[in-house]
Design a protein around this ligand. Structure first.
Ligand code: H2U
Ligand code: ZN
Length: 343
């Protein structure tokens, strides 16, 4: 395949079966719109924070004096475990009930850190927590969505380093599409789609941002968000809980190196939505699945100028301004020492 031109073109996303518009010539336009606020420095412990060790949450429960990670069931959960199974309607109007649970995962007792600023062994503890929660919740639910919304720009309500899990009896739309597409790829070609992607990207090289012994972070060919990345294992793996100690150690290193680059890009605590997609917990083999993480950061040109998905994106199809290759090159060129440590 020839590389796409520096002219408007569309790219195909094999994970969703959708196309996106790429307009490489468009980033120079003047900007007089909204600018994001940049967060201030924080204390190591905040007596007002509902996630800090020893503090009381909205439910009246007190957090333990935890020293590594800590998980609890969300006091304002969007999904409830005891929802009875019901459905009604046909053709145009239908509904079905959903049972599930929501968890909040504190990544560190330190209120002032982020994953990017945590040491690799601290990130490794977070990987262990993600894996343990998936294993446990996967016994009850078909889908376990691990994610982190970081930064006020992504709607995060509290800067204390934390993520969430929403687990449900149904497989939601996006992983549902991935599952169907991975399955048909495996049936027709006998290979897992994302392992093929990992091999091709290592060979091409220009979209790779971080490569460790066992993992890869890259800007996908079909990325929608300006600095979107995909984290992939270089070996077959379908779920977080399958990873051995070495895989987890190496994943923590890969995430650290990626997230430090993100923060260094605009010398700001880089906002994003980040989440894991592992094989759904349903009967049958899942050789068609590759465990992967998506990172969707909204920033485009500086710490304060973000990409909005509005207008054409809402009504037509997603569009991006800089090419994925140019985004990967910018991320790759950045140092791996966090800017806050340098000064
Ligand atoms: P976000 O900032 O990423 O939305 O996560 C904070 C979550 O913490 C949010 O889902 C929950 C909110 O419901 N929460 C509690 O479970 N207990 C509290 O005391 C406050 C917030
Ligand atoms: Zn806190």
């Amino acid at each position: 395949m020839q590389q796409p031109p520096q002219l408007p073109h569309r790219r195909f996303n094999p994970l969703t079966g959708e196309w996106i518009l790429v307009s490489p010539h468009r980033t120079q336009r003047p900007w007089q719109g909204q600018r994001e606020a940049v967060a201030d420095a924080r204390a190591r412990y905040d007596p007002q924070c509902y996630l800090c060790p020893g503090n009381v949450r909205a439910s009246g429960e007190r957090n333990p004096p935890y020293s590594s990670t800590f998980a609890f069931t969300n006091d304002f959960a969007a999904l409830l475990p005891d929802t009875p199974s019901q459905r009604d309607g046909s053709d145009l109007y239908r509904w079905e009930s959903v049972a599930g649970t929501c968890r909040v995962l504190c990544f560190s007792p330190r209120h002032d850190l982020t994953l990017a600023q945590m040491p690799v062994d601290g990130i490794r503890s977070v990987v262990d927590l993600w894996a343990a929660e998936c294993e446990e919740l996967g016994r009850t639910y078909s889908w376990v969505q691990v994610f982190e919304n970081k930064g006020a720009a992504m709607g995060c309500s509290n800067p204390h380093p934390h993520g969430q899990i929403w687990a449900s009896g149904h497989v939601p739309e996006i992983p549902g599409k991935e599952d169907a597409r991975f399955r048909s790829h495996y049936a027709s070609r006998g290979s897992t789609m994302l392992q093929e992607v990992a091999e091709r990207e290592l060979e091409f090289g220009r979209r790779v941002v971080v490569e460790t012994r066992r993992w890869l972070a890259l800007v996908p060919f079909w990325a929608v968000w300006p600095f979107e990345t995909l984290v992939l294992p270089k070996f077959p793996a379908a779920r977080l809980e399958e990873l051995d100690g070495g895989d987890r150690e190496d994943l923590a290193e890969c995430l650290k190196r990626l997230l430090v680059r993100y923060d260094n890009l605009f010398e700001t605590s880089f906002p994003y939505s980040f989440g894991w997609h592992g094989a759904p917990y349903q009967a049958g083999a899942h050789r068609h699945w590759t465990l992967h993480a998506h990172l969707f950061p909204p920033l485009l040109r500086s710490a304060t100028v973000r990409k909005f998905m509005v207008g054409y994106e809402m009504l037509g199809e997603p569009q991006r301004d800089i090419t994925p290759e140019a985004a990967a090159e910018r991320l790759r060129s950045l140092p791996e020492t966090h800017y806050a440590e340098e000064s």
